[in-house]
Design a protein around this ligand. Structure first.
Ligand code: IDP
Ligand code: MG
Length: 142
């Protein structure tokens, strides 16, 4: 297993619920380190650029409105197998299908307002990290 980096976002519903600390605790307790973090409030246009891969999906416009509805916390997580491990800790996209004890099972409101984003591959992680952070903002623990 390799040390990887992945982009995590605590989405507007979870920031509004004041569970940032609970979510970061889960990452740290499972061996992931936060090597960059920034709170920001995206415009709908910026959210649309981040989620451009979904622009043909029926939920795209609503997703952009939701992701720009309040502040988010963008983070870079680093650790062994970080991409898959983060996805495992997040749980399934639809919280009704998310395994018990996952972030989405415990906090998500709906399939849209589902508390967290996580990159789905090492390649996409690199692109998504670069969307929010420059090299000198990444503070590796290796
Ligand atoms: P993921 O976040 O689990 O990787 P994706 O399929 O990449 O899921 O979808 C990106 C985001 O779009 C989801 O996290 C969720 O916020 C939203 N989304 C996905 N599917 C639906 C849907 O069927 N209805 C409404 N929103 C959705
Ligand atoms: Mg995805």
């Amino acid at each position: 297993m390799a040390i990887q980096r992945t982009l995590s976002i605590i989405k507007p519903d979870a920031v509004a619920k004041n569970v940032i600390g609970d979510i970061i605790r889960r990452f740290e307790e499972n061996g992931l380190s936060v090597i960059a973090a920034r709170m920001l409030h995206l415009s709908a246009e910026e959210a649309g650029r981040f989620y451009a891969v979904h622009k043909e999906r029926p939920f795209y416009k609503d997703l952009c409105a939701y992701m720009s509805s309040g502040p988010i916390l963008a983070m870079v997580l680093e650790g062994q197998n970080a991409v898959a491990l983060n996805r495992q800790l997040m749980g399934a996209t639809n919280p009704k299908e998310a395994e018990a004890g996952t972030i989405r099972a415990d906090h998500a409101e709906s399939i849209e307002a589902n508390s967290v984003h996580g990159s789905d591959s090492v390649e996409n992680a690199a692109t998504e990290v670069a969307f929010f952070f420059g090299d000198i903002e990444l503070h590796s623990r290796r």
